[in-house]
Ligand binder design. Structure first.
Ligand SMILES: Cc1ncc(COP(=O)(O)O)c(C=O)c1O
Length: 400
């Protein structure tokens, strides 16, 4: 019998590990590698947030706090939801965890029983299906086609719902596509959900502030208040304020769910880092200029990358509404052979050959549940992005 748990055996090793490992090996050999795989802003955390953290240390905020967040932060989160999303939550309906990731994990662990189904639109953030499996549930994947802007349709959602459906996970703007559900698209989904009162909604709003052009962010409970009593609205400071390492995420939902999630957290990690909580408080309550500034930079980079990729023969790159990812199609390249002699049988082979022959590391689409595509994170400088696009173009031009 294996020493390791049967639960762990249900989880796949990350499909991105192979390419990341290969990129590391090549860099160690002295190759010039451009990694476009990291999902985090390349900016420093704004100064006033860093100062608030230093002040928190000096003020002695270095001890255990309430398990799921200090009261000041919970109140600031309620204010954020009221002002930015028109959602009316009290502090007892708010939970703070070690990153948005822990909030999602807590919610699934606290609610799933064997046989419970969770609807996950693909392409999806890699952690959703594995978290569902760890919690003993069954992921039910539905495909958001590129022709539909990578969004699922109300009809697809309706068809995927069964009596065993417990949650549907929505993520707008999305990792890995950057696709967003505007009010009209979101309403199409909330109308379906209103017809199925046993289905709960997990809305991952972590990229809320990274939206471009005239796209207006909406969250399901805002579009359809009738869903509030069965929605967990999740968000965090990682992407909005360049705070990925601080590990603060939060969620708001019905009190009974929030209490169950806190119970789980009390027996696993206890409170999120006390200092980070004060930093998050400063992020939510302080000047918001960083959000506008970073949005402008990411929009410029998005335009640069979309243009650069669409200039590559065989790559078709739609324009995303948000986040800092593009998810181009390479269907026209499947079956070709690279200048270095690699057969491009699928998107994993494309990513491997691209890395070996040009030094550009991207994540292949199969990792996110929709092929043949690849994901680029453009959270890096314009110069690096221009270099990467030039190398990808030369690679595509060399395909036969
Ligand atoms: C879609 C999505 N949700 C949640 C997270 C978790 O973010 P964090 O745990 O840093 O708050 C990420 C991070 O990459 C993400 O891309």
């Amino acid at each position: 019998m294996s020493f390791l748990s049967q639960t762990l055996a249900r989880v796949k090793p990350s499909p991105t590990i192979a390419i990341t490992g290969r990129a590391r090996e090549l860099a160690a050999e002295g190759r010039d590698i451009i990694s476009l795989s990291a999902g985090e802003p390349d900016f420093d955390t704004p100064a006033h947030i860093r100062e608030a953290a230093k002040a928190a240390i000096d003020a002695g905020h270095t001890r255990y706090t309430a398990v799921d967040g200090i009261p000041e932060l919970k109140r600031a989160i309620c204010d954020k939801f009221a002002q930015e999303n028109g959602l009316d939550y009290g502090p007892a309906q708010v939970t703070v965890g070690t990153g948005g990731k822990q909030i999602l994990y807590n919610a699934l662990m606290a609610t799933l029983n064997p046989g419970d189904e969770v609807i996950i639109p693909a392409p999806y953030w890699v952690s959703y299906p594995d978290m569902v499996l760890l919690a003993g549930g069954t992921p039910v994947v539905i495909e958001g086609a590129m022709a539909n802007g990578y969004r699922i349709t109300p009809e697809q959602l309706e068809a995927a719902i069964t009596p065993r459906t417990k949650w549907v996970i929505l993520n707008s703007p999305s990792n890995p596509t950057g696709a967003g559900y505007g009010e009209e698209h979101m309403r199409g989904l909330t109308e379906v959900l209103m017809r199925h009162p046993h289905v709960w909604v997990l809305s991952d709003d972590i990229y809320e502030h990274l939206v471009f052009d005239d796209f207006r962010f909406v969250t399901p409970a805002q579009v359809e208040p009738g869903l509030t009593s069965r929605t967990l609205t999740m968000n965090g400071v990682s992407k909005a304020y360049a705070m990925t390492g601080w590990r603060i995420g939060y969620g708001a939902g019905p009190e009974a769910l929030i209490r169950a999630m806190a119970k789980l957290q009390s027996q696993s990690t206890s409170n999120p880092c006390s200092i980070s909580q004060y930093a998050a408080l400063a992020a939510l309550q302080g000047p918001q200029d960083y959000i506008q500034e970073s949005r402008a930079v990411f929009q410029r980079r998005r335009d640069l990358v979309v243009e650069g990729l669409n200039a590559c023969p065989g790559i078709d790159c739609p324009v995303p509404q948000g986040a800092f990812y593009v998810y181009p199609s390479i269907s026209a390249l499947i079956g070709k052979t690279s200048a270095g002699g690699a057969a491009i049988a699928d998107d994993e082979a494309f990513a491997t050959a691209l890395l070996n022959e040009t030094g550009v590391a991207v994540v292949f689409g199969a990792a996110f549940g929709l092929s043949p595509h690849f994901r680029i994170s453009y959270a890096t400088s314009d110069a690096v992005l221009a270099d990467a696009c030039a190398r990808i173009r030369a690679f595509c031009e060399g395909l036969r």
